[in-house]
Design a protein around this ligand. Structure first.
Ligand code: ZN
Length: 381
């Protein structure tokens, strides 16, 4: 079953050779992109969809979410908006609710949030454990996550659970907890931050994960300058996420390594932190990703369009840079070369917006521009 999509006013491919095309068409066959070219030379297919002058981009690749949770943190949000600072400790509220929830409850929350993300054009999504913080709760979080997310990350090192000593908990994470969860995940992550895990503890977690064959990710430099970015580059992590407070040497380290800097502007806004310095990173040649960090505490949105609009309007990224960071950047952060790009052979993840160009994502912020979505070759909207 092949579908030819015509009438594309602007086709963003993220492919160096194909570039951005006007008056374009593409053919989807099964779960792959089969052909890209001018509408005038588009081949026949079983089905024809004419977009009548709309823009097409690769589906968003959201490389950072925390969607295995229960409960709500409206009270904490309201207190923050009244002036109380954000701290890592708020995670414990979600941990309590998540432990008390059934697997079915967790699955229902996750399904709802993935559906919301897809409705906004997200076609590839990573999510994390990290609100269980016991062996059994982390393992079931990973199992539930694997039913709905494209990629799953183990974040047992999210917070030292109340009532435990930090070093005892790190030993548990590095030993029995990793052994129990590793078969269900591709990645491991650590929250390397004041109030969470220090540099030595974070390195121990990353080493233990690497020994079990997991890819590495780091939450770093969210609430202040610190060792997270440096450690991520040193350990060869695929991504270091937040990067809100960077020194020039952090930027040099990122520019000299192959760790992606994943920026989370919705989180910076919701915690009233400054927005990350995307411009310095891009100008230094660092690969930048944009992700939602959707979670109930510090960033309760899965809207990648909101992240892109913020990146353009407030972080001095161009539309091209922001769209690329939210698609190809996310794919690089997940070390996946089949998504975040539209070229023959790529996964058929297509986002059609109800506008003639991608610029409208920033030009018309907050508008529901998603018009159609194919995820893995299936039209889901
Ligand atoms: Zn996070």
């Amino acid at each position: 079953m092949a579908v030819v999509v015509t009438g594309i006013a602007e086709l963003v491919t993220n492919d160096d050779e194909l570039g951005t095309m006007a008056d374009a068409a593409l053919v989807l066959e099964g779960d792959r992109v089969a052909w890209i070219g001018p509408t005038a030379t588009a081949p026949d297919a079983d089905e024809r969809v004419d977009l009548d002058g709309r823009a097409v981009l690769p589906g968003w690749v959201d490389s950072h979410t925390h969607l295995v949770f229960a409960g709500d943190r409206t009270v904490e949000f309201a207190a923050r908006m009244a002036g109380k600072p954000y701290t890592a400790g708020g995670i414990a509220v979600t941990v309590e609710a998540t432990r008390a929830a059934s697997d079915d409850d967790l699955a229902a929350v996750l399904r709802r949030h993935v559906e919301e993300a897809v409705a906004g054009g997200t076609t590839f999504l990573e999510t994390k454990t990290g609100y269980g913080l016991t062996i059994s709760d982390e393992r079931r979080s990973a199992e539930v996550a694997g039913r709905f997310a494209d990629e799953v990350t183990f974040l047992g090192a999210h917070l030292v659970p109340p009532g435990m000593k930090a070093d005892d908990y790190v030993d548990l994470v590095c030993g029995d907890m990793l052994d129990a969860v590793a078969p269900h995940v591709r990645w491991a992550d650590v929250f390397c931050e004041r109030g969470a895990f220090d540099e030595d503890q974070s390195r121990a977690v990353l080493r233990a994960a690497a020994e079990r064959g997991l890819g590495l990710r780091v939450h770093g430099n969210q609430l202040g300058q610190g060792p997270g970015v440096r450690l991520a580059v040193e350990m060869g992590a695929a991504s270091v996420d937040h990067c809100t407070y960077l020194t020039p040497s952090d930027i040099d380290a990122l520019a000299g390594g192959d760790t992606v800097a994943t920026l989370l502007p919705a989180c910076d806004l919701s915690t009233r932190q400054p927005l990350a310095d995307a411009r310095s990173l891009l100008d230094a040649g660092v690969t930048v990703a944009l992700a939602s960090n959707c979670n109930p505490g510090s960033s309760y949105t899965s809207s990648m369009a909101f992240c892109v609009a913020t990146a353009v309007l407030q972080m001095r990224m161009s539309v091209t840079e922001a769209v690329r960071a939210a698609t190809l950047g996310g794919a690089r952060a997940l070390r996946n070369d089949e998504v975040g790009v539209l070229r023959p052979g790529a996964r058929a993840d297509v986002h059609v917006i109800d506008a003639p160009s991608a610029a409208h994502l920033a030009y018309r912020p907050g508008m529901p521009l998603t018009y159609a979505v194919w995820r893995n070759g299936i039209r889901v909207r």
